[in-house]
Design a protein around this ligand. Structure first.
Ligand code: XMP
Length: 517
């Protein structure tokens, strides 16, 4: 396994994913991880990530010395290379201006890390590589024992390697997809230089997780809040395979789900897979509590609290439960860099469920804690969940509650469900569903005039939204074909009598958020 020491780069998670894609387990830890912990981790190789600091500043983070004493290969990327250079006696020049974007690397010939990879070959037989750069500082003097393995016009030392030790530094970012040969660079490092075996496969991950769950919970009963989303569905399938009837799922239908979603969840888990699922039909309760409320944050709170109330209630009825399962995934767990620089450690904790009665004293079982979203999807397929479900767009916890602007009413929810189903159906039919990250309809409680046949119509407005994004922090509105938008609009207005107009949302994030509330 590979240890990644995080110096705070926005790309650190990508490094871990690339290593895992090559088939080797990797974990991210803060750069100031204790020596004893590094030794206990027993890595086969260590990667030093990039980071926002400058090694030329006093007190800048550096790699623990033990990293270079373990006798394992080390790869420094960007800041990681710079700190390696300085720690070994080389020199780094600070700079106010930064280089950001594509660069072409040459001088790859003999280097172990970069051998036999190129995107182009020039007239003189030089191998050239297209890479992605994002840096200000750069190494200007190699430490003793190192040789230069890559250069660009503006960065004469864009890569370095020790002549006898397995230590490498590269200034560019192999982890981003813009560096076309990035995957092969990781293969070289992880499989060849670190000599790791590619054992991190979906089948092995499943076997391993099942064995661990069995060991953790023994013969105890486990409770899971099943939402129908990817993470909790994969947890349900995994736990069912691991412990069968010791698992009970509670599925709360809050009346704010997509069209027929509740029935689909029950069909798949209860009927097809034989998972024990308690379905709670709580539409009336949720809508009752939401009546008269139009403030977005207040609506979210009501929905969240009501969910907890119902879940606690149901959980309390099940005898002898010892464990609560959650679909926590790795990005929720990762502790990012900070450490001695004084920046707060950022630990996100997503509690799908909170506020269970104290006397239940449930312990947590979180079998996806080490997995990235794409890995969760892969093991979902491995466990036999249908593709459609595994590659489903994310759906917010408060559901249609934040897609009906203002006050939530059943009439609105029903119209919205129908419109949303038409939109999604057309996206799937045209192959656009998989090309967008999230797509949905929004209900606007305003009326607009239309004409249908000879009649005048005065009905509601539906907005449709589709975005493309990698991390949901920023997003671009999807440039859907006009023909597709036309079909969706015609179908919604013709098939749903309560809608007289359809608009397409062309706002990016930022400044707009993905959801409308
Ligand atoms: P925004 O609207 O903030 O959405 O750009 C980013 C992503 O988060 C989802 N989202 C939520 N998910 N509870 C959730 O579980 C919420 O209250 C919530 N609000 C937004 C949204 O669907 C998008 O994927």
């Amino acid at each position: 396994k590979i240890l990644i020491l995080d110096f705070g780069s926005q790309y650190t998670q990508l490094i871990a994913r690339r290593v895992r894609e090559v088939g080797v387990f990797s974990e991210i830890h803060p750069w100031d991880m204790a020596d004893a912990d590094i030794q206990a981790f027993a890595p086969s190789g260590i990667i030093l990530s990039g980071g926002p600091e400058s090694v030329t500043e006093p007190g800048a983070p550096s790699a623990p010395e033990v990293v270079f004493r373990l006798g394992v290969p080390v790869l420094g990327i960007c800041y990681g290379m710079q700190t390696m250079a300085v720690q070994m006696g080389g020199a780094v020049q600070g700079s106010q201006t930064s280089e950001f974007g594509y660069a072409q690397i040459s001088r790859l010939g003999s280097a172990g890390l970069l051998h036999d990879i190129s995107d182009h070959i020039d007239e003189s037989g030089q191998l050239l590589l297209d890479v992605w750069m994002s840096h200000g500082d750069k190494v200007i003097a190699l430490p003793d024992g190192f040789e230069c393995i890559a250069e660009t016009e503006s960065c004469p030392i864009a890569g370095m390697a020790h002549q006898s030790e397995p230590w490498f530094g590269i200034q560019f970012h192999p982890e981003v997809t813009h560096t076309l040969q990035g995957k092969r660079i990781f293969e070289h490092f992880v499989l060849e230089i670190c000599a790791c075996e590619a054992l991190w496969t979906p089948a092995n991950i499943v076997d391993d997780a099942i064995a661990r769950v069995r060991e953790q919970v023994g013969g105890d009963k486990v409770l899971l809040g099943l939402s129908g989303g990817v993470d909790s569905s994969v947890v349900a399938a995994l736990l069912h395979r691991a412990i069968g009837d010791q698992l009970t799922c509670v599925f709360v239908d809050n009346g704010l789900l997509r069209k027929q979603e509740g029935d689909q969840v029950m069909d798949m888990f209860a009927r097809n897979m034989g998972v024990r699922v308690i379905r709670v039909d709580a539409e009336a309760l949720f809508l009752g509590k939401l009546r008269g409320e139009s403030d977005p944050e207040a609506k979210r709170k009501i929905i969240g609290n009501t969910f907890i109330e119902i879940f606690d209630d149901e959980a309390g009825k099940i005898q002898d439960v010892k464990w609560l399962a959650q679909g926590t995934i790795y990005p929720d767990v990762i502790e990012s860099a900070g450490g001695k620089t004084g920046k707060a450690h950022v630990i996100k904790s997503h509690h799908n469920v909170g506020g269970l009665p104290d006397d239940m004293a449930l312990e947590l079982v979180e079998p996806l804690r080490e997995l990235f979203k794409d890995e969760v999807r892969q093991i979902g397929l491995e466990l036999g969940l249908p593709r459609d479900m595994v590659f489903r767009h994310p759906f917010p916890g408060p559901g249609l509650g934040v897609r009906i602007l203002g006050e939530v009413k059943k009439e609105y929810a029903d119209l919205l469900r129908d419109a949303d189903a038409i939109f999604i159906e057309e996206l799937r039919r045209t192959g656009w569903y998989d090309k967008t990250s999230q797509a949905f309809a929004v209900f606007l409680p305003v009326k607009s005039v239309g004409v249908v046949g000879d009649g005048r119509r005065y009905e509601y407005v539906i907005a449709i939204r589709a975005v493309q994004t990698v991390d949901f922090m920023t997003a671009r509105w999807a440039h859907l074909p006009y023909e597709l938008l036309e079909t969706v609009s015609n179908r919604i207005i013709n098939e749903i009598s309560g809608v007289s107009r359809v608009t397409y949302d062309i706002s990016g994030k930022p400044p707009a958020t993905i959801e409308w509330e």
